[in-house]
Design a protein around this ligand. Sequence first.
Ligand code: IPD
Ligand code: CA
Ligand code: CA
Ligand code: CA
Length: 254
Amino acid sequence: MRVTQAALEKVIRDAGAIGMKFFNDRKNMAVNKKAARDFVTEADVAIEAFLKETLTREYPEYGFWGEESGQSADQASRWIVDPIDGTHSFKKGQYGWSVSIALEVDGDIVLAAVYAPVFNDLYTAEKGQGAFKNGERIAVSDETELGDAMIATGFACLRNYLADNNLERFCRIAQRTTGQRRFCSAALDLCFVAEGQVDAFWEQELNLYDVAAGALIVQEAGGTLTDFKGNPGLFPKQILATNGKIFAQILPLM
Ligand code: IPD
Ligand code: CA
Ligand code: CA
Ligand code: CA
């Protein structure tokens, strides 16, 4: 059955409402540690359970891959879900977390939604149909000068600092640009590139569920998606998203 944007919007808003209940009652929320520096809360699990039950019931032809429950049977078409992107921020009561849902059909991301419930901001995209924020079309920034650009990154912890000289990479970029920003959620970092709040975003060691939805939103907003060598495509382990206009200037710094 064809998935409509309206249907996807309803389900992600319902998921966000579940998150807000836990967010507003964090003191009573169970938190576990999945791995060093990777938490999972009761809210992550509840949102993912809701999305898995709803999406697989409504659209049985698609598989489901969520960060917390793993992959269903290996199907060519599947939902790719991050129930809370920015769990550490969520747990601390920060506002910049999101729910991320992408639909992959035969290996192609064709539908995307990223919802920031605290701000009630919903970013959406359908392949070939443009990118939107709260129903208004969005586009990447007009910034053409790297020296005036603001760059978001997410290397957040020792694991990423040490990986592949990210500290040196961060310093190279910081020396050549005007501002660096570390928000809370890779999915939203990509949406911020798509709407021109930042001019580029880079990070390593992400997973497909972190970036699948945000990547389509960047592409539909006119941005570029490559790895650090400039190969076009979605590379969760080495992602560079730009407004296109500063791509040739930032690539040599990666
Ligand atoms: C995290 C966020 C964060 C990124 C981390 C991710 P999670 O996702 O996307 O921005 O820097 O690497 O793990 O674990 O909160 O879903
Ligand atoms: Ca996580
Ligand atoms: Ca994530
Ligand atoms: Ca997550």
